[in-house]
Design a protein around this ligand. Sequence first.
Ligand SMILES: Cc1cc2nc3c(=O)[nH]c(=O)nc-3n(C[C@H](O)[C@H](O)[C@H](O)COP(=O)(O)OP(=O)(O)OC[C@H]3O[C@@H](n4cnc5c(N)ncnc54)[C@H](O)[C@@H]3O)c2cc1C
Length: 297
Amino acid sequence: MYDLIILGRGPAGLTAAVYAGRAGLKTLVLGKEPLVWKSEKIENYLGFPEGISGQELLEKGREQAEKYGAEFVDELAISVLKAENFTVKTSSKEFESKAIIISTGVSFKLSGIDNEADFVGQGVSYCVTCDGFFFRKKKVCVVGSEDYAANEALELHEISQDVTIFTQSNEPNFSEEMKKKLDAHSITVDTHKIKLLKGNPLVSHIILETGEEIEMNGVFVALGTASSVDFSRTLGVVTEGNFIKVDGLCKTGVEGVFAAGDCTQGPRQIAKAVGQGAVAALSTIEFVKGSVSVDWH
Ligand SMILES: Cc1cc2nc3c(=O)[nH]c(=O)nc-3n(C[C@H](O)[C@H](O)[C@H](O)COP(=O)(O)OP(=O)(O)OC[C@H]3O[C@@H](n4cnc5c(N)ncnc54)[C@H](O)[C@@H]3O)c2cc1C
């Protein structure tokens, strides 16, 4: 059992890990290399007048967090659920914690289906945990090609036995473990692209790029990896567009869930991510321990 699981190891997540580790919280950090890793020179971050590469900044940050006891698992979370504690699943493991900081950066996902927007809430959904129930014993599909989509399909399979994954012409990129689970549940993976949805007012059919029309009641979009917006939906966190709404203390309004960095509103800058990472960690420390060591309010 961890005190804190941090989703993301960009500047926000790493800063949060340093603060949480120094305060003695048992902390786990999940995530992969952020995009800024590739940046050759960051020139506007305080303390590096000559500039610093993204890789060096992030490596130093990780080293610092590890020095204070934070543990790292270089995998992405595919689901986060809240009961008494939080359960975070990656494609191969499951972890529990008392609190969560979401610092997964920005993500924009388009399904590539021309009229997706016309059917949102009318058969198109972005969250199996939230809406799967409405599709009991109906024909459903998941749009995506990564482990996140596989996990959504497996969750759907408990509700409806007729589940297909459409990869929208992408090569399936499922881990071996997920492939085995999909096979064991006879979940079909179809690489065709869904072009259009049909129905009035609810989705009744999907139309593939080939022109083939297939009966379908539910279309769950799960492209790429699970994002802050996906986690927010299952946790009941309020979002505005693609961003998590937080107060000045990086609280989301859901007990034990904090957010920091690009996944919240405002400028996408390292300095802002670092600042919010620190604030989110201090709020978490107060939540877990009931107090913080400095008078920071
Ligand atoms: C090429 C480039 C150059 C930039 N240059 C500058 C600059 O010069 N100055 C500046 O101030 N800003 C710059 N930025 C912007 C800056 O990098 C971001 O504002 C900052 O990285 C945001 O930090 P973050 O921690 O919120 O998110 P990110 O750095 O985006 O990190 C997100 C983390 O979340 C992880 N993650 C995603 N999904 C999941 C999941 N499902 N489970 C677990 N983890 C997950 C990712 O793997 C990653 O580790 C640049 C960005 C890029 C891409």
